[in-house]
Design a protein around this ligand. Structure first.
Ligand code: FES
Ligand SMILES: [Fe+2]
Length: 348
């Protein structure tokens, strides 16, 4: 099936704690994927479409040896996706399933839906904070009925916090402070330094800080679908290491058509055993994401029905988002021409 999504790239496929011995279907870049764990605990992901008559294998059964049986006519597959037999005949039908390259690291299952020989682990971002004992985090996934590019632009232009999230993380200082944008190969980064500003409610409560505060945002987009935001909030004038540190990871994974899996993790390196604070932050994160989801789904309708005759108007704060858009378009063009993978390596 034709797709408009980049496939030669890492996407967040699932959180480790989502995948066990139950067959789990998830659409990724218009491909049906079946995730499960083999008896030795390793995770595998195969195309969720039986080569016999295309029944979803995720509706089948997994036995104790890790053999997956299609529950329509009984084709059986091993963890590599190779057909090992079928119930009704002695000889083995020639059939194999596509098996996707995966990396399981720091509680994340990364998937590469494109050409397996191009899958390069060095392109993944640094995520050790997800398992670092000095950090704590919450994570999950939210369904989004909008194309992944709209989410990408949302994250690369946090100016919208002022208008879309005024009761939590946004205030006038965000839109009033310009960003610096850097492009490094395919990767796009931005930073915004807000000095001596009023603390938005989320940070005031999260850090117990009174205004004025300094607030820094450094975002990195790893095309095609990973975004990491470093946040620091501190009493004005405090040196960087003494501030409150938070990180947000977004996995923007195209699902099917113009739908997206909006994976998130929000972490902090202070008061890590404060469960009340964790609960508050998680609720706030989900509330903020819901505001984004509502906005992006409304925007999706407008893009989907726009005859496309009129160019968009853009402003200075769109720069990172426009660079991000361009990075994805370049990857897609490269892929369609048969040339391939992202070329930026993640720094340690
Ligand atoms: S569709 Fe899977 S065995 Fe027939
Ligand atoms: Fe937002």
């Amino acid at each position: 099936m034709p797709t408009q999504h980049v496939r030669n790239g890492w996407y967040l496929g699932a959180w480790s704690d989502e995948i066990g011995r139950t067959l789990t279907q998830r659409w990724i870049t218009d491909l049906p994927v079946c995730f499960y764990r083999l008896p030795d605990g390793t995770v595998t992901a195969i195309e969720d479409r039986c080569p016999h008559r295309k029944y979803p294998l995720s509706l089948g059964h997994l036995d104790d040896e890790g053999i997956l049986q299609c529950d329509y006519h009984g084709y059986r597959f091993d963890g590599q996706g190779v057909c090992v037999g079928v119930a009704e005949q002695a000889d083995r039908p020639k059939a194999a399933l596509r098996r996707f390259p995966l990396v399981e690291r720091d509680g994340v299952i990364w998937i590469w839906p494109g050409a397996p020989e191009l899958a390069d682990e060095n392109l993944l971002p640094e995520t050790s904070w997800l398992t670092d004992p000095d950090w704590t985090h919450v994570h999950g996934v939210v369904p989004l009925k909008a194309r992944h590019l709209l989410l990408l632009e949302n994250l690369l232009d946090l100016t919208h916090e002022t208008f879309l999230h005024p009761t939590s993380i946004g205030n006038a200082a965000v839109a009033a402070t310009p960003i610096d944008v850097t492009v490094d190969g395919d990767r796009v980064g931005f930073s915004r330094r807000m000095v001596g500003i009023e603390a938005p409610p989320f940070y005031e409560k999260s850090c117990g800080l009174a205004s004025p505060v300094d607030r820094w945002q450094d975002g990195d987009f790893y095309p095609p679908g990973i975004f990491v935001l470093n946040i620091r909030v501190a009493a004005t004038g405090t040196e960087e290491p003494e501030g409150f540190h938070m990180k947000v990871l977004y996995g923007m994974t195209p699902a099917r058509g113009n739908e997206t899996h909006d994976f998130y993790a929000l972490g902090r390196d202070y008061l890590i055993h404060d469960e009340e604070l964790t609960k508050f932050q998680h609720e706030q994160q989900l509330a903020v994401m819901q505001e984004d989801v509502d906005a992006l789904e409304a925007q999706e309708v407008m893009y989907a029905t726009d005859p496309g005759g009129k160019a968009e108007s853009s402003i200075r704060s769109d720069l990172a988002a426009l660079r991000g858009r361009r990075a994805v378009a370049k990857l897609l063009a490269r892929e369609q021409q048969g040339d391939s993978a992202p070329r930026t390596r993640a720094s340690a």
